[in-house]
Write a protein that binds this ligand. Structure first.
Ligand code: UDP
Length: 319
């Protein structure tokens, strides 16, 4: 019998490629749609060589499927680093609007389940803490994060419209800060920035006073949650948060990462980017109940693994 087939947009990216690994391990054939503006073919190298994965190098909105036999369609394609929210604003808006509509239509025609990778950014600079799924957020459409935040909010609305109007079996995941191997070290987010500084023995750049908080989830934990939710029969909720609820300040992150790597490089304070959210922490009660899921990798352990990967990459040992 043929393997079940799954379509993953953004499958050459950081989170996407780990999710591809998970589906391949579970016996699926995987079609990846990725225009490679932030993804990398190397992230899929072994699967491309073995034939488990086919890569279609186009944006999600331009993808014309070679088959309509997908069991699952998962839409992860979108630049996701705040440094991209300005220069890549139009690509972000397209991927999350026309890209989402195109993949929803492919899922509908395939009779597939659909998963939309949304973000904690739909909560904006939250006034509710920790963030529960029924919180509607505090987003400025005109602000520097508007293209990403509103793009994802459009994607969620489109996903629910297909659920209501066509009975499509959909799931929306609001992904909180995630880190791990295969992040681009030049992507501008805090963990890759810190790793790069550590590799180069330069001080860590802390924006603002460093008292803003985030909650960091190791990529294997996130991917396990995504896989379970995507493949779950009859989910009770159509939207869930996935993330690690351990909340820390950026200053604490700077201390921990120096301790874990054994490199005391110090801190250099830089201006806080406008509209940088003050606090962020997921409420994961839904994910716990629905998926029997819990983040397993403690921050120190995840940072150690990511550091080892970055060191190997820096020494030219490949991805
Ligand atoms: N940040 C920092 N130094 C850096 C990069 C980011 O202090 O070199 C801060 C940033 O201002 C934010 C937090 O770290 O408060 C997380 O930033 P990131 O870009 O990783 O993701 P965000 O959660 O803002 O989307």
């Amino acid at each position: 019998m043929d393997s079940p087939r799954v379509l993953i947009s953004g499958g050459a990216g950081f989170v996407g490629s780990h999710l591809v690994d998970r589906f391949v391990a579970a016996g699926y054939a995987v079609d990846v749609v990725d225009n490679l503006i932030t993804g990398h073919r190397e992230n899929l190298q072994a699967h491309l060589a073995s034939g488990a994965v086919r890569l279609f190098e186009v944006p999600a909105e331009a993808f014309e499927p070679p088959t309509l036999s997908y069991r699952h369609v998962l839409h992860l394609a979108s630049p996701a680093s705040p440094v991209d929210f300005g220069p890549r604003a139009v690509e972000i808006l397209q991927a999350n609007s026309q890209g989402t509509l195109n993949l929803l239509e492919i899922a509908r025609k395939s009779g597939a389940r659909f998963l939309f990778a949304s973000t904690s950014e739909v909560y904006g600079d939250p006034e509710v803490h920790p963030q529960t799924e029924d919180y509607r957020g505090n987003v400025d459409p005109l602000g520097p994060r508007g293209p990403y935040d509103e793009g994802k909010r459009f994607g969620e609305a489109a996903t629910m419209a297909y659920h209501r109007n066509f009975g499509l079996d959909v799931r929306i995941v609001r992904i909180f800060n995630t880190y791990g191997p295969r992040m681009r070290l030049d992507d501008g987010r805090v963990v890759p920035n810190f790793l790069r500084s550590l590799l180069e023995h330069r001080p860590l750049t802390v924006y603002g006073d460093g008292r803003q908080t985030r909650s960091f989830c190791y990529v294997s934990d996130l991917v396990e949650g995504l896989f379970r939710y995507a493949t779950l029969d009859r989910p009770r909720w159509r939207v869930i948060n996935l993330g690690n609820p351990r909340e820390i300040t950026i200053l604490e992150l700077a201390e921990i990462i120096q301790r874990v790597t054994g490199r005391q490089v110090g801190i250099e304070f830089q201006p806080l980017p406008p509209q940088d959210p003050r606090r962020r922490q997921p409420d994961i009660r839904r994910a716990r109940t629905l998926l029997n899921w819990e983040p397993r990798v403690p921050l120190e352990e995840g940072l150690r693994r990511t550091w080892e990967w970055a060191l190997a990459l820096n020494q030219g040992e490949g991805p």
